[in-house]
Design a protein around this ligand. Structure first.
Ligand SMILES: *Cc1c(COP(=O)(O)O)cnc(C)c1O
Length: 389
């Protein structure tokens, strides 16, 4: 049985007519860059996420870059980021000649550990970028408290977590000063290429980001500041406008699949309860934990952009599953402090144990909403076969 990591065709088939019409309408209008579809999309997100402003941009990476370009970051300024995330989270900081300062993650949630942030604050620290990795919120209360106490700006990387709620019910991305999202096709809400979004409740940040999205001219061709081309195109916005009303259902499907994986693994004796962080038995996998799951009324406590198990013989398991036509992925094999491009920052192996352990033991299983029951059962059967022979 074939089990792909992601099957975008299934989703496309379910909305084919609406999506095709939306794209053709853009062709009819010949209005390709920004324009009414993007404006409509921005209004939709303000309502959906519960924020004052939202600005469509060219990608999730550009969302982060634009946010950092709009807080007046100077060369040599420091920005604290988790040591374990997708490369863009740290890459954007270096691209502006600022210094990414790494902090270790919490081993249960894979998100930045607030206590580790506090240790790394210096007189040069300007901002913190918490990442809501795999679709679960970072612990924002202590992060905001640390930021306010030290006068730091918080830019949330919600690329994998659009619509995820923190324990107070707020959507991630709307808690800090600026929130960033991605519409890369493999995210929960994907467009037909690259796309992204920044959100804020702050009038000044909104103003500067909107100007810098189109090179920084105000009025056009008169520049007090330098921006870039961070524009979103109309086809992407039109696709997102069709898909957004379905996002909560898709996330629900992912949550159901995650619960099912958890139950199957525990029933098969492959795992103990979710959220364990120690391998006390070679013949076990560690299951992910949705830490805000039992908060009253909280629906999107986790949107499972990825479902991550951990196992010591990770690479062998991955190969075994591939031999059985099950596709998996490693997000991410190398934490930032061990990346060659950051070697001049002076970090060493052993500096961030939880990030290193995540890098060497994590494996993403297929979790997309259209996955069927037989496929799910098959995946767990094969994991069992690998572990128990
Ligand atoms: C995908 C992703 C990004 C970048 O988004 P793109 O749209 O691919 O540029 C940034 N941060 C995280 C955590 C991501 O997963």
């Amino acid at each position: 049985m074939k089990v792909p990591l992601l099957d975008l065709k299934a989703q496309y088939q379910s909305l084919k007519k609406e999506l095709d019409d939306a794209v053709l309408n853009v062709a009819e209008s010949q209005y390709f860059i920004l324009g009414p579809e993007v404006k409509k999309m921005e209004e939709n997100f303000c309502e959906f996420l519960g924020c004052k402003y939202s600005i469509g941009v060219s990608s999730g990476t550009d969302a982060l870059l634009l946010a950092l370009m709009s807080i007046d970051l100077k060369p040599g300024d420091e920005v604290i980021v988790p040591a374990f995330s997708f490369f863009a989270t740290a890459g954007v900081v270096s691209r502006l000649n600022a210094v990414p300062v790494f902090a270790d993650i919490d081993p249960v949630t894979f998100n930045i550990d607030p206590a580790e942030i506090e240790k790394r604050i210096t007189s040069k620290t300007r901002a913190i970028i918490p990442v809501h990795l795999y679709g679960q919120s970072a612990d924002m209360d202590p992060i905001m408290e640390i930021a306010r106490k030290n006068n730091l700006i918080v830019i949330e990387d919600g690329a994998q977590a659009i619509s995820t709620q923190y324990k107070d019910g707020k959507s991630v991305g709307t808690i800090g000063d600026i929130g960033c999202y991605s519409f890369f096709p493999s995210k929960n809400l994907g467009c037909y290429g690259d796309g992204g979004l920044v959100v804020t409740n702050d009038d000044d940040f909104e103003h500067i980001m909107r100007i810098k999205r189109v090179h920084g001219g105000e009025p056009k061709y008169y520049h007090k500041v330098i921006g870039g081309n961070f524009r979103l195109d109309a086809i992407q916005a039109a696709v997102i406008n069709v898909k957004l009303p379905h996002l909560n259902d898709w996330s629900e499907g992912r949550r159901k699949n995650a619960e099912h994986y958890n139950k199957l693994c525990i029933d098969a004796g492959l795992a103990e309860e979710t959220g364990r962080i120690k391998f006390d038995d070679d013949n076990k996998v560690l299951l992910p934990k949705a830490v805000y799951k039992n908060v009253d009324g909280l629906k999107n406590f986790h949107i499972y952009n990825q479902y991550i198990i951990r196992i010591e013989k990770r690479d062998e398991l991955r190969e075994f599953l591939a031999d059985n036509e099950i596709n998996t992925e490693i997000y991410y094999p190398v934490p930032f402090h061990l990346q060659e491009c950051f070697s001049d920052l002076g970090y060493n192996k052993g500096d961030f144990p939880s990030s290193e352990e995540a890098g060497s033991t994590s494996l993403a299983l297929p979790i997309y909403p259209e996955l069927n029951n037989e496929q799910l059962v098959y995946v767990v059967e094969k994991i069992k076969e690998f572990i128990k022979g």
